[in-house]
Ligand binder design. Sequence first.
Ligand SMILES: [Zn+2]
Length: 112
Amino acid sequence: MERKKTERKKIHVKSGDTVVVLAGKNKGKKGKVMKVIPDKGTVVVEGVNMIKKHQKPTQAMPQGGIIEKEAPVPDSKVMTVCPRCNRPTRMGRKLLETGKPARVCKKCGEVI
Ligand SMILES: [Zn+2]
């Protein structure tokens, strides 16, 4: 089922979503999606998958140094947490009365 087209991968989470990590060393960690990188199929989640990175000197940090930074994780390893029922859930889709598509929690039906 590989597609040859160069279309961007559809990422199932959005920036600002709260997600939980399903696998790997960060399993069970929760955080907010800070960034979605569709070209790579990864997301950056606040406080998850921290790596140490050498930082070049900047004006704010003239010495440079080592900073901790979130590394992206594959979107397949995270699941959205519903803000209403607070459970990891798959998102369904439905059309609102206005005709706009919306994401809904498959567990409690909340529009997210
Ligand atoms: Zn829910």
